[in-house]
Write a protein that binds this ligand. Sequence first.
Ligand SMILES: Cc1cc2nc3c(=O)[nH]c(=O)nc-3n(C[C@H](O)[C@H](O)[C@H](O)COP(=O)(O)OP(=O)(O)OC[C@H]3O[C@@H](n4cnc5c(N)ncnc54)[C@H](O)[C@@H]3O)c2cc1C
Length: 608
Amino acid sequence: MSTLRPTLEFLLYDWLHADRLTERPRFADHSRETFGAVLDTCERIAREKYAPFNRLVDTEEPRFDGERVILPRATHEAHDAYVASGMLSAAQDYDIGGMQLPYTIEAAAGTFFTTASVSIGGGLLTIGNANLLLAHGTELQKRVFALNEFSGRFSGTMCLSEPQAGSSLSDVATRATPDGEDFEGDPLGPRYRLKGNKMWISAGEHELAENIVHLVLAKIPGADGRLVPGTRGISLFIVPKKLVDTEGRLTGERNDIALAGLNHKLGWRGTTNTLLNFGEGRYPVRGAPGAIGYLVGRPGEGLRCMFHMMNEARIGIGLAATSLGLAGYYASLEYARNRPQGRPVGPAGKDPAQPQVRIIEHADIKRMLLGQKSYCEGALALLLQCARLVDEQHTGAPQAADEARLLLEVLTPVAKSWPSEFCLEANSLAIQILGGYGYTRDFPVEQYWRDNRLNMIHEGTHGIQAADLLGRKVVMEGGKGLLLLAGRVNATIERAIQQPHLAQHANALGQALQQVGAATKAAWATGNPADALANAVPYMQAFGHLVIAWTWLDVLLALPAQPVQAQDEGRLRAARYFFHYELPKIPAWLQVVQTRDATCATMPEDAF
Ligand SMILES: Cc1cc2nc3c(=O)[nH]c(=O)nc-3n(C[C@H](O)[C@H](O)[C@H](O)COP(=O)(O)OP(=O)(O)OC[C@H]3O[C@@H](n4cnc5c(N)ncnc54)[C@H](O)[C@@H]3O)c2cc1C
């Protein structure tokens, strides 16, 4: 049985004191009751409209009949229920139809959907798209596109990747050229014609909404017709699937965007994933080929605009990875409680005359359950803490807001990547607990693993996030973010060391902090990024383990020293597991970082 709700409530209120956010003017109309009502609604919709169809959306992949993309009816019904819940605009201002809900609560409520069926999906892309337009769009762009996305009338995509430009967005080759003499006079924004191919676009084609608002990165050629190399040349465009007027009404014109094909994925199959051809002339519009798009922000500022929404998008991916980890944990826990197999070993060996025990009684199964619990509940705590920092950044006093911003810079690569790796490992442990049954499609755990395998790949691959952490985040602003984080970790250590039952963990965490600090310096000792970044992924693993250990210790401070409830005992045990079985891995990971080990970097290609 899922313990997601009590876990969320404990983390939100006993640990993060999210109810105190209602003391701030923006959230003054809220209370723990209104937060509870949001959680109730999302939990109910997820239980009724998402969970029962998770396998169905996996087996009935989206189909393209040459005209339309066909999704199961269950996906339409789940999507409609999600839109009706108001969650698309939950965090927005009252005057544009929002609820002014803290992001912390929105993020927590979203885990019900991602645990029930990650690929039916909530509004991550649409919300991110509309938020970006609120930050960088003109008043009309906000009204025509963003507001219709928040209401669910339109849905949104993010079109960054191209077949030849994935991690390296500077190589984007989609071109945007001014559309006619009067291109700057269009009320919807400077109007361009786009030509190019966008690969991997999630939710790029479907009929869940009236229209799809693509946000597309493209380059405006210079006077010589050449594209500016690097990221400086990238601009951002709104390219609607169907053209609209200044009131947001469909004009009846189809834009020149063609679905070249659907990608057939390992998992996450309930969401369409598309190769889109922009402007190839399949659907000429207003008498000419080329997809019509409206510039957002200034030319050349496309990536800067995109990065605006990266923190929340990456917290969203971390939450999806965590939710899938939790789903596997709940399924394997239930299985382990019911599956009889084997007998305990006593001093005289096994007694075959005895009945079999349930596998949850074996120490090794408990190890795998504790591993999952410590990874997934630790990750959930970290992500809610990050969401709380987003609220702090937006509504805190100036100094607190700036500290939240800086902490988020450092924590975001970890929040995205650590759950993607370790909650995936949790899914693997869940399969292991089910034995052969776990390897079949008769049980849900293999799907959780397949769905989760995406998270190390999209929104910046694992390697790219690691390079961002060690190459940029821990050294930015003179290492201020890292120092601030170290200060927070030390504050937790100081509180924990006062409590005899936590003192050992506090000391171990102190040591790990010192090791990570020393390794950061040693990695950069030559000042050469190639030396430092050759072992960025082991660095990120160690850094992530430090952050999760800190999170767990801080969570334990919210528990009574002598837990009476089984759930509190469980938290204490999961944290102990993390400190005893996981934290000692840190020095091993850091060894190669510290010595700038060049084994991988110098391997000659022909020696493979
Ligand atoms: C299911 C799915 C959904 C997606 N949804 C979207 C979407 O909605 N919108 C969108 O724009 N994109 C989307 N993507 C694209 C995704 O963001 C890219 O796949 C990702 O950025 C990696 O790009 P790539 O696949 O071209 O791999 P590559 O960039 O070719 O990377 C291949 C490998 O090389 C490594 N690598 C690359 N460069 C370096 C380097 N400089 N240093 C070290 N290692 C490096 C990578 O870490 C990776 O392991 C989606 C992808 C998938 C699979």
